[in-house]
Ligand binder design. Structure first.
Ligand code: GLN
Length: 479
């Protein structure tokens, strides 16, 4: 199986290309185009050049630098990088320097990757367009008048624009898969607990997972395989051997049973073109030898409502720590209460405040059972309905987003319209299951669309196997 990251790593390991040369080629593209796109909040070119030097020295000394030797990787700016600004797209973390590296950052470095910079995101990863970043939006490389999706819009744009071969993002309700779809690249959310969250700044801890971006399924699998696996520093990290995403790529789908999720394939607000592409994807898999049928996952329709109670509830608790005492920005006041008030009023943007209020309300005495408690019960039903479907099917299929990339500013005044972007991605987060978005054709404006392959917990091997078959069958994107 192939991909430019696999090819670059092979060339660097084999001594055919230097890591420095691969890096410089990508940095030149950043130089050329990131002024317009704003995928990066902070470029770490100096450190990347030093890392490239170490990789080249290792190769010269006959030492294998690892599976990502010389591969430029971009990191969402909610992943902690020791001594390097990590802002979460928020004013409240301005000036804060993490005292440690996230586990994924350590694993990337150990695999020979070159970290080129920290990418833009919706503030605290809350959003679907990267427009709620306190530092200004990112633009979609395919059409700069449009959003790249979000919240990991900077990472998606960095890969789509050729600034990095790979990127990491975080996916709480779709924030890797939706921007991947809108930028025409591959993006995956792994099984909850497969990738360590140590050093990922928390949004909604029971849903957050770090996931890979790449231009091909095989490259995404390569990156996932490097960062996944048990980490004692994360209490929710799964024990035991991690499934290998790259194990079954190229095996095709002959004999596999794939279900098209009826409720998601006909979700409210879905662009007819997105629905049509999902059906074409189902037909393509059937043509490749899979047994494809429609399947109902009835509780999936309640995913959006349950998520917008559970995620804000967890966020309201997680974000209580930004108090002007422990991290980043402080705005002084006459007493401590006024200091808290001013710090949080000035440090957080409108969307973050909205989530904190929603979450605090959902958790308040008298409302807890009716909102948070009920949402948790719905979450259980969704997981059960998926488990029932996986008794009959190896993998499921659904659209990634309701439509293609939308114009900047077109959804910022209506939070519900923005939230509706996540209708097809959220169910996998609530269930804790893996899903991969694969580019599959375009909408009527010629913008990329994505189709998701969903699988059961720890089903990464089959999910990536089906995703690779879908990629091979996808119509080209001509624009
Ligand atoms: N768009 C969703 C939200 O705003 C998902 C965000 C995410 O996955 N980080 O909450």
């Amino acid at each position: 199986m192939n991909g430019p990251a696999l090819a670059a790593a092979a060339a660097v390991r084999g001594g055919e290309r230097s890591a420095r040369e691969v890096l410089d080629e990508h940095l030149a593209r950043v130089e050329e185009r990131d002024g317009e796109l704003h995928a990066f909040l902070n470029l770490t070119a100096g450190a990347a050049r030093e890392a490239a030097g170490r990789v080249d020295e290792a190769v010269a000394a006959g030492i294998d630098p690892g599976p990502l030797a010389g591969v430029p990787v971009a990191l969402k700016d909610n992943l902690c990088t020791r001594g390097v600004a990590t802002t979460c797209g928020s004013r409240i973390l301005e000036g804060w320097l993490p005292p440690y590296d996230a586990t994924v950052v350590r694993r990337l470095a150990a695999a020979g990757a070159l970290i080129v910079g920290k990418t833009n995101l919706d503030e605290f990863a809350m959003g679907s367009s990267t427009e709620s970043s306190a530092f200004g939006p990112t633009r979609n490389p395919v059409d700069p008048s449009r959003v790249p999706g979000g919240s990991s819009g900077g990472s998606a744009a960095a890969v789509a624009a050729g600034f990095a071969l790979l990127a990491l993002g975080s996916d709480t309700g779709g924030s890797v898969r939706q921007p991947a779809a809108l930028c025409g690249v591959v993006g995956a959310k792994p099984t909850y607990g497969l990738v360590s969250r140590y050093g990922l700044i928390a949004f909604a801890s029971s849903l957050d997972q770090i996931g890979p971006f790449a231009t091909t399924v095989a490259d995404a699998a390569l990156l996932l395989d490097v960062v996944s696996g048990h980490d004692p520093a994360d209490s929710t990290s799964l024990a035991g051997a991690a499934p290998r995403a790259s194990e079954a790529l190229g095996r095709g789908v002959e004999g596999l049973a794939v279900g098209l999720v009826s409720e998601l394939a006909s979700a409210e607000g879905l662009d007819p073109r997105s629905a049509a592409r999902t059906r074409e994807a189902a037909d393509a898999l059937a043509g490749a030898g899979a047994k494809v049928e429609e399947v109902s996952v009835p509780a999936a329709v309640y995913g959006l409502s349950a998520y917008y109670l559970i995620a804000p509830a967890e966020a309201s608790s997680n974000l209580a720590r930004y108090d002007g005492v422990r991290y980043g920005r402080r705005v002084d006041g006459a007493d401590i209460t006024e200091m808290y008030l001013r710090t949080r009023s000035e440090g957080f943007g409108a969307e973050v405040k909205r989530r904190i209020m929603l979450g605090t309300y959902a958790l308040s005495a008298g409302y807890y059972d009716a909102y948070y408690g009920k949402a948790q019960r719905v979450r259980t039903l969704i997981a059960r309905d998926f488990e029932a479907a996986y008794q009959r099917f190896d993998a499921l299929l659904a659209p990634t987003a309701p439509g293609g990339a939308f114009p900047l500013g077109s959804k910022t005044s209506d939070p519900l319209l923005m939230y509706a972007n996540d209708v097809c991605t959220i169910p996998s987060n609530l269930a804790g299951h893996p899903a991969v978005s694969v580019p599959f054709g375009t909408d009527d404006a010629g913008l990329p669309l994505g189709v998701q392959v969903l699988g059961p917990a720890l089903g990464e091997t089959v999910v990536f196997q089906v995703a690779a078959a879908l990629e091979a069958a996808a119509p080209g994107v001509s624009r």
